[in-house]
Write a protein that binds this ligand. Structure first.
Ligand code: NAP
Ligand code: ZN
Length: 389
């Protein structure tokens, strides 16, 4: 056997059941912050007898729903759960105790708790009660689904995703700023799904002035992320789609004391205003962390994107590339000035995947971890030390 290929944990049936857990977990996409997405399945005699997922903060955990659905059939059963069962009293009693009380024989866990302070505690508690525990089934997929939650836990910051659409010649708009539409409808639908999975979307003042975006979710019953505008000047239009806040909230972050008249006008329209001493991507993300965000989508132009990348607030890139050429030596590009002069300074993405979406190409990749010191420029602090509830 090739030693480089990691052996897969569990049987084919175990993996199938864990994938079912992930499918269930995804039903709450965009609704669980600050909690993770979790799914659970109870299996008795090779058949699913109970299923559940965590619908959102303050509600019971996935295991509780699955055990309830299984009832007496949980006795001696195998429970599959995508994240290690909790072992502490939070807003709900620990799931480890519920599993023990139900008399389950075996628990199969996708991944351990990402909080280093409690990781492994749930597994240890189950084992001490005589329950067989298997850990790491479909772990890569489990981690991928909760990458926002994991990042939040480990770094006390939301996970930043920078999404942009550009032409084949690297432009995100024409020289006049026109950018509707670079991509095809299938790609724009893909953006809708990406938005649903995020808790907030950030744009810069220029994008509001030039594009007047809505940043809403068209799908009925899907959650809308918080819409965030970063503007130092508050030199913003008096009417804009983002100021319609009846169904979706908008937060404008600005510098302390900026444009009091505009602040008043926006507050009248139901827009929340946050004045920061220094309006930086780091400060914006620290605030969104405090609000409980797991994943934040940067949908800004190149000026703000460059700052966001330089400050280490972007972890992942979604780049749509359309087979169109627009030209224009002053047409805006996805990322403004990073201060690099040598190709050797380039930030090289990792775990890159390419696929086509209709006639466009989508590249997904991760920036090297800032903590590893690669491709990063330290700037600002490491965020705050907010506690998870
Ligand atoms: N194709 C795409 O995917 C896509 C996506 C978004 C935008 N666009 C295009 O991009 C163009 C706008 O790009 P842009 O780069 O000028 O706009 P941008 O990055 O969205 O906005 C820049 C603005 O962000 C605000 N800002 C607040 N804090 C900042 C900070 N710390 N650093 C930098 N900026 C900060 C400032 O607003 P104030 O001036 O109000 O203070 C600044 O002028 C438009 O033509 C739009 O169509 C394309
Ligand atoms: Zn729990």
């Amino acid at each position: 056997m090739d030693s480089k290929i990691e052996p897969r944990v569990g049987t084919a049936f175990d993996r199938e059941m864990m994938q079912r857990c992930l499918t269930l977990a995804r039903r709450a996409l965009g609704r669980t912050a600050p909690n993770p997405l979790v799914g659970a399945v109870v299996v008795q005699d090779g058949k699913i007898v109970g299923e559940g997922f965590h619908p959102g903060a303050g509600q019971p955990h996935a295991e509780v729903f699955a055990l309830k659905a299984a009832g007496d059939r949980a006795q001696g059963a195998t429970v599959y759960v995508s994240l290690e069962p909790c072992n502490h009293y939070g807003r709900t009693p620990p799931c480890t105790e519920a599993l023990i009380a139900a008399g389950v024989a075996k628990v199969v866990v996708g991944m351990v708790d990402p909080n280093p302070l409690v990781a492994g505690g749930g597994v240890a508690r189950l084992r001490s009660a005589g329950i067989e525990v298997v850990v790491g089934v479909e772990e890569a997929d489990c981690r991928q689904l909760n990458e926002g939650f994991i990042h939040r836990m480990v770094y006390q910051r939301p996970f930043g995703i920078f999404k942009y659409a550009m032409t084949l010649d690297g432009k995100i708009a024409t020289t006049s700023g026109h950018s509707a539409w670079i991509t095809n409808p299938a790609a724009r639908e893909e953006v809708q799904q990406l938005r649903i999975a995020c808790d907030a979307i950030i744009v810069g003042g220029n994008t509001v002035r030039i594009d007047n975006p809505r940043l809403t979710i068209r799908q009925i019953d899907a959650p809308n992320p918080l819409r965030v505008v970063m503007s130092r000047t508050l030199d913003l239009p008096t009417t804009a789609h983002l100021w319609q806040t009846e169904t979706v909230s908008t937060l404008v972050m600005t510098q302390a004391g900026a444009n009091p008249d505009m602040q008043m006008l926006l507050r009248d329209r139901g827009v929340e205003i946050l004045e920061l001493d220094s309006l930086t991507p780091t400060a914006a993300m620290a605030h969104l962390y405090q609000r409980g965000c797991l994943s934040v989508l940067w949908e800004c132009g190149g000026t703000l994107a460059a700052e966001a990348i330089a400050q280490g607030t972007v972890q992942k890139i979604f780049a749509f590339i359309a087979p169109k050429i627009i030209g224009g030596s002053t047409a805006p590009t996805p990322v403004g000035d990073l201060g690099f002069t040598q190709m050797t300074q380039a930030i090289t993405l990792e775990r890159v995947q390419w696929r086509t979406v209709g006639s466009d190409c989508l590249m997904e990749g991760y920036l090297p971890s800032r903590e590893s010191g690669v491709g990063s420029r330290e700037s600002g602090d490491k965020g705050d030390k907010g506690e998870e509830s």
